[in-house]
Structure formats: C-alpha cells, structure tokens
Design a protein around this ligand. Structure first.
Ligand code: ADP
Ligand code: ASP
Ligand code: MG
Length: 833
C-alpha cells in the first residue's frame, strides 16, 4: 500500500531511551485495569515514557450512539449520558479514593459540557460531522486524565497531554495525513512547559488546520501511538492489547490461530490493510520511515514477548497470516468489445476515481473479456452507476454486455513475504477452500507475491478462513476427534488418547485433537483441543446432548479429517453412521449394533463409506483389543477362503466354564464373577449368549456371509422362567439351573470332555452359539482366565487353523483396540506410524 510522502521529523526533545506505549480500550476497561497498566508502566525503566491511551472499552461506541440518539430526537441520550458519567466517576473514585475530588470536579465539568452539546443536537435534529468528530473523541480525553491523575496520585512526575493541543492533521484521499512540522513545533512548545519524564497522551484525537477537533478514524489510537513515537523520537513503540500479539488469523474466528513472533512492515501492512484488527494500517508509516520497531503485546501477559514488527522478519513459512475483509462487493464489466482495446482498465479506474470509489482488489483474465474489481459495499452502487455511465456507449453498441454487481462479498487474503518465488502456495489455498466447498468469485495476486486475495461470498467467510488456516498451519494428518459414550471403554479410551497425543505428534506428526465428548445426557464442545480433566469439564458442561450440533461442531473447525469414536452401545447412534460416513467422517467403534444389526443398515453404512472414502472400523467389537477382525480381513483380502470360524468370544463365559469343575455350583460361580466385575451388571446379558451371537454375525459378514442375528441358533443359559425377573430375583433363583448343568458336566466328563460356550460358523451347518463338549486336550479346553480364542480354518490354513488368542475383555484392552483402529484410519490418511 502507499503512504503519504511527508517525512516525520523527530521532535527536538528526542532523548535516548524514549519508549511510547499505546493501550487499547481492551486494556483499560475499568479501574482495576488502569491500576494494572500503571503498575506495568512503573515497572519499566525508560528515561522518557510516553503512554497513549484509548477510551475505556466501549466508550467510543457509547459516545457515538449518544450523539446519534440526541440528533434523532430521542431522549435516550440522557440515560446513556448518566451511565457514561457514572462509569467514569466510579473509575475515578475506585482509582483515587479520597483524593478523587479534583478529578471528579474535572469530569463533571466535561460531562456538563457534553450534555450541552447533546441538548443542542436534539434541538437542531441533525448530527453535523464536525460535532460527531468532537464528541466521539472525548473518551480518550477522559481516559488520559484518569491514568495521568492516578500516576500523579502514586507520586509520579507525570504530565497529561491532550493531543488536540499539538497534533495537526488533514484528511485526504489516502486517509489522515499529519502535518509533521507544525505538530513537532507545537509539541516542542508544550514540552517547554511540561518537561516531565512521564507523559500520558490521548489517542485518537487531533485538530485540523482550521482548528477544528477531529479524529484519526476508528481504531485510530494505534496511529496516535505511532505519530507520538515519531514526534518524541522514540526507540520503540509498544502497542498493548488483549492478545499475545499478531496472530495468524483473527482468534475469534480461528481459535487455533498461532502467535507470530516477527513480522516485516510489509507483512504487517498487508495484514492490517486486509482487516487484522490488531494493528491499524496507518500505524505503520511513521514507524517504517524511521525504522522504528513496533511490538504488539498483551496487557494481561506482560511477560510475553509479543510480536515484533521491523523492516525484515524471519521467514518461517510461505504464509504469515490470513485475514478477512467483510462488507465488500464485486463489480464485473464484461464484453467481447473489451478484447485487445487499450485503455479500458484506465477508463474503469478513472470512472471509479471520479466517483470517489476506492478499489480494494482488481482482477482481469488474460482473455481481457472481463475486468473485475472489488469495492466497498457502501460505495458499490455508486461504483456500478459510474461504470454504467462511463461505458454507456459500448453498452448501447453491445461491445460491453453488462456491468454486474454482486454484494455480500468478503475478501480472504493470505499474506507472507515467504511466498515469493515459492510454487504451490496458491494451490494449497485453493485446495483448502475447495474441500470446504467455498466458491471463489475472483482471485488476485500482487506481483510483490506477498499477498494472494480471493473474493468469496460473505456467508462462507468464517468457514473459508478456518479451512485456509487449517490448510497452511496444520499437518495433513490433523484429526478432529469426537467421542460418544464416555462409559467404561469410552473413559479408558479418552485417557489413553490424551496420554498418547503428544508422543504421536512428535513421533508420527499425527495430530489427534479431541474436540467433543457426548454422554447420553450432556456434551462438551471445545473451541480448541480438549485436554486435562475431561471428566470434570464434561460434568460441569451445561450443554444438553444434541448429536446434530456435536457433528456440526466437529466439522466447523475444518480440520483436515474428522473421526467419531462411538463407545456407546446405542442403536440410535449406529443409525447415524451412514450419514457421517457419507459426509466423509470416519467412524471407529466397539459398538456391535451396526456390525450385527439389520442387514440393510449395515449395507448402507458400507456403501456410504465406499462412496466417500471415509473409513468404518470396528475391531474392538470382537475380542476387545485382539486383532481378530484385522486378521480375518487380511485373509479375505489376500484371496484366502474361510471354511469355518470357531471360538470363545465371551470373557465372562470363558471364565465361568474354565472354573466350572463341579466342586462349586454354577450359580455360585456367577455370583463370584459378578462380584469381581467380570460380568455385565445384569449377568443375563452374558449368559443369554446374544452378545456372543452378535460377534459371530460380525465375523460372518466380514468373511463374506451376510447373515443376521436371527440366522444364529442361540443356546441361552438363562431359564425362560427367569427372563423377566429383576436382577436380584434372578441372582437369588439362579440355583435352579445348577442341577441340570451338573448333569451335563458329569456326562461330558464321562466322555473325557469338558464344557465350553462356543460360537461356530461353517459352510454346512447353521451358525450357532452354545454349550459344547470339548475333548480335554482341545485348545479351547485350556484357556486361561477370561481369554478369548478364535480359530480360522481356511483354504490355506486347512490342516492347522490360524488361532488368535488372548485377553478378550476389560475396558483397557478394549479401548486399546479402539485406539489401534483410530491409528489405522490415520495411517490410511498418510500418517507414518
Ligand atoms: P484494542 O482495544 O487493544 O485496540 P482491538 O479490539 O482493536 O483492541 O484489537 C484487538 C483484537 O483484534 C483482538 O482481541 C483480536 O480479537 C482481534 N484480531 C483480529 N485479527 C487479529 C489477528 N490477526 N491477530 C490478533 N488479533 C486479531
Ligand atoms: N476509541 C477509538 C475507537 O474505538 C480509538 C481506538 O480505540 O483506537 O475507535
Ligand atoms: Mg484497536
């Protein structure tokens, strides 16, 4: 961008060790903050310390609202006036205590004068610009006095400088230009009477050559800071605000934005010009001309070094920051008559210039068939009319087809010195936007290659900014992770995930960001990655569960990948898999509902995954953390043919029958298993065999046999008479099964066998789960504790089946199975694990 030519002249009073500090409204919200600012200033050793302050937070807006209300004839201004006076008096009393008297008197005089102006506005019924300028800058005057009086009350030798007494500026086409010579002379004169080492000056306000009070434009206190830094011949300008410096994007839109340690003036100018509110564009030019470092830093974190803006910065990547400028419009002039005609662009721009329209961005395709420019929305109709009249002749002749105006446009700009000569930067930007379904209306890149700008529909602005930010700052293996069902397995998984996160990031550059947790009642949605005590955070979250919003939240950050980990046992959650997968969200689950539930749903889920490329993984549904499904998948994928699958899939039933030797009745063993936590709260869930049957269905489908639960013959160990009883009654009456089981065991032993609860799938027989007699030397007869075993007989493993065996139950190992699935998904997306 261009700056006025004038040279800032260091004031005659330049003293080495002069530093100018500027505190924004966010730093001076109330008395407590003024106190904090004063302490911060006193802790610094500077030979001359000039502090430029903004109005208290929200005061400029309140003053403007008051003036507008008065001029519109509304009596509301009186209430606003009372409120504002009360706020300032309150701050004075809180800051100065007993000594507040003179400050209160001073404030009362100013507010009485303000009331007179407002009453006059109410009479004339309009708001002349001159009056608005005068009124909107009053907050800075109050603010400087509050801080100055506070420092004086602390015994400091401090003067208050009203910038209206020294700064002379003039508004021109490029903004507000300083009359350096006159301002320097006035400051020198003022300094003659005020030689104090500490000066508190008003930001935002000044006077024009006609002697009228004016301002430097909204957010203009940054500019005041830079002007005073030049006039005082300062060594540095510190701009104090409420964030750690300039961030890679507006943190209110992109919570993941990172702080930038250094910026060049050029980068800062581009960022500021395109809307990074943290610095005002005009701040830069007085500083640039003197090579003055500008440091943006956080009042709330005074020890943080902040962002240092100097002539050159470290190039840390192609892009330093992304910004959004809202409220723009695209103006397009189109026609075959433009091709090869010299001077068309010039005519467009001179028409716009004559209509006093400033052009934010220009783009022309090399076919010269159209010229497109982006202008401010407020000036867009004027701009269109200017082009219509400038090209009236060509429009009449058909050489220009149309002048088209599209409003509601934002410009997204990617800025960085490092993109010069680097291929692929634009591609990365466009790819991220494309993936987020953001349409680009126009593109421009200056030949400085410091900025690529795209015009987009404002409705997509936030999404576009997040997506572009993710594209540049996040590794391609960044996952937004949402976990549903933080019960036993879910909780163990969450703990494992949080513990392994850093290591995975360091070792494999896989960035798993936990962004949401939902229980059956509430949910926790994190603006950034959740960490620390998720239990307490979830328990304290006021949000009721809503899986629609949960999903939106996961998608909203536009991280490269999204995965939902469903640790619930819910069929309703399984009903959502198809939609998630279709939307490109990976699903990982130990929930057996989908794998063993109705076939149409299962097929729809698989089809959705195949269509979108998202992955559906459910290793932990069978054998907990054991690689059962992965093994089976590998067999099938490499062309083997499965002839039979047999196994013990229930840790509970495995334990019960390992123990059952007739010395203790079966019902007592169940009670014992229950007390050790080896069974479900209702042991019938284990004893009924349905859970085992579900696992068999899952394996059958994986082996290519699309069966349903109804196809499995299930032998339940729960007597029909106890099916409906309460859990207590069931436990009390379970001894009713003891005699029959004892008999079966005795018969089996007589044949040299033991009893095992086995699941079987073979080519010829009906799939079944139930009690089976096994030879005492069979592998299934010699398992330990709650071990599971699965035996695959295939064409290749025909004589000697392939066996997977090991602990097959418990939250820790099941969660580990879920976690391995998640890592397999990451590997599928290119992570090198
Ligand atoms: P002050 O009152 O201190 O002048 P502002 O509200 O004018 O503060 O500017 C600071 C705010 O600018 C921050 O709170 C932040 O939300 C916003 N902001 C927008 N873009 C950026 C960015 N790229 N880096 C840092 N802050 C930004
Ligand atoms: N108080 C003014 C505004 O809100 C100036 C500033 O704070 O920079 O625009
Ligand atoms: Mg500001």
């Amino acid at each position: 961008m261009e700056f006025p030519e004038a040279q800032p002249e260091p004031g005659p009073q330049a003293v080495p060790g002069t530093v100018v500090h500027k505190f924004g409204g966010t730093s001076v919200a109330d008395a407590e903050r003024y106190r904090h600012v004063a302490q911060l200033l006193l802790a610094r050793e500077e030979s001359v310390q000039v502090t430029v302050v903004s109005a208290m937070k929200g005061v400029t807006d309140a003053l403007i609202a008051m003036a507008e209300a008065a001029a519109s004839g509304s009596a509301d201004w009186r209430e606003l006036w009372h409120e504002l006076r009360g706020r300032h008096r309150g701050a004075a009393v809180a800051l100065l205590g007993e000594a507040a008297g003179p400050t209160l008197e001073w404030l009362d005089q100013r507010f009485d004068h303000l009331a007179q102006i407002l009453a006059a506005l109410a009479v004339i019924g309009e708001l002349p610009n001159e009056v608005l300028e005068r009124v909107q800058g009053l907050g800075e005057v109050y603010s400087a006095h509050l801080l100055g009086h506070h420092l004086q009350a602390l015994g400091e030798d401090c003067a208050v400088l009203d910038a209206r007494d020294v700064l002379v500026v003039e508004r021109n086409e490029l903004g507000v230009a300083v009359d350096w010579a006159l301002s320097a002379a006035r400051l020198a004169e003022w300094r003659g009477g005020h030689p104090q080492p500490r000066v508190v000056a008003t930001g935002f306000v000044a006077r024009n050559h006609g002697g009228h009070i004016t301002t430097l434009g909204r957010n203009g206190s940054d500019y005041s800071g830079a002007i005073f830094a030049a006039l005082f011949g300062a060594d540095e300008l510190h701009i104090w605000t409420d964030v750690d410096g300039v961030l890679s994007a507006d943190p209110r839109v992109v919570p993941e934005a990172v702080q930038l340690e250094t910026l060049s003036y050029d980068e800062a100018c581009e960022l500021a010009y395109f809307g990074a509110k943290v610095v005002h564009p005009q701040t830069m030019y007085p500083a640039i001309e003197r090579g003055l470092p500008i440091i943006i830093r956080n009042t709330f974190q005074p020890d943080h070094p902040g962002t240092r803006i100097t002539a050159s910065s470290e190039v840390s990547g192609p892009i330093k920051g992304l910004t959004l400028s809202p409220d723009l419009a695209v103006l397009n002039l189109e026609g075959t008559g433009l091709i090869g005609v010299p001077g068309t662009a010039e005519r467009v721009f001179s028409a716009l210039r004559n209509a006093r329209v400033s052009v934010v961005m220009i783009s022309q395709g090399s076919s010269e068939h159209s010229i497109c420019c982006v202008v401010r929305q407020g000036e867009s109709e004027r701009a269109r009319d200017a082009l219509l009249s400038a090209f009236a002749h060509e429009l009449g002749q058909g050489q220009v087809h149309r002048v088209q105006l599209t409003t509601g446009i934002s410009v997204l700009a990617a800025v960085g010195d490092g993109m010069a000569g680097q291929p692929g930067v634009a591609a990365r930007l466009f790819e991220s936007l494309g993936r987020a379904q953001v349409n680009i209306l126009a593109i421009a890149q200056g030949s400085s290659e410091r900025n690529i700008s795209v015009a987009i529909d404002s409705q997509h602005a936030a999404k576009a900014l997040r997506a572009a930010h993710a594209g540049f700052w996040l590794s391609p293996q960044t996952f937004a992770v949402g976990v549903i069902g933080p019960g036993n397995v879910g909780a163990a998984f969450l703990d494992q995930l949080l513990e392994a996160r850093q290591q995975l990031l360091g070792k494999a550059n896989v960035d798993l960001r936990l962004r949401a947790i939902a229980s059956s009642r509430r949910m926790l949605l994190g603006a950034r990655a959740l960490s620390g005590d998720w239990r307490a955070a979830l328990a304290g979250s006021p949000e009721a569960v809503d899986l629609e919003r949960f999903t939106e939240h996961l998608l909203s950050a536009h991280l490269p990948h999204v995965v939902i980990v469903d640790c619930s046992g819910s069929a309703a959650v399984a009903d959502r898999y198809e939609g998630w997968l279709a939307a490109g969200i990976h699903v990982v689950t130990p929930n057996k509902q989908a794998g063993s539930g109705p076939l149409p749903r299962f097929r729809a889920i698989r089809a959705a995954a195949a269509a979108s490329g998202a992955r559906f993984r459910y290793e932990a549904t069978v054998g907990a953390g054991l690689p059962v499904i992965t093994t089976l998948r590998d067999l099938v994928d490499t062309g083997d043919k499965v002839t039979s699958i047999e196994g013990i899939f229930s840790g509970t039933l495995a334990w019960l029958f390992n123990k059952y030797d007739g010395s203790v009745p079966f019902s007592q063993l169940v009670a014992q298993a229950r007390s050790m936590g080896y069974t479900e709260p209702d042991p019938r869930d284990d004893l009924s065999g349905v859970d085992v049957a579900r696992k068999l269905v899952i394996l059958a489908r994986e082996a290519g046999r699309e069966i349903g639960l109804e196809d499995v013959a299930v032998e339940s160990l729960v007597p029909a008479s106890l099916g409906q009883a309460s859990v207590e009654e069931f436990m009390a009456r379970l001894h009713e099964v003891d005699a029959a089981l004892a008999l079966r065991l005795r018969d089996a032993r007589a044949r040299g066998c033991v009893l095992r609860y086995v699941a079987r799938l073979s080519r010829d027989l009906q799939p079944s789960v139930g009690l089976v007699e096994m030879p005492a030397d069979h592998a299934f007869a010699n398992l330990r504790l709650t071990d599971n075993v699965v035996q695959f007989t295939t064409r290749r493993y025909s004589e000697n089946p392939l066996v997977v065996q090991g602990p097959g139950a418990g939250p820790e190992v099941t969660a580990a199975g879920v976690f391995s699935d998640l890592l397999r998904v990451a590997a599928g997306e290119g992570a090198r694990l």
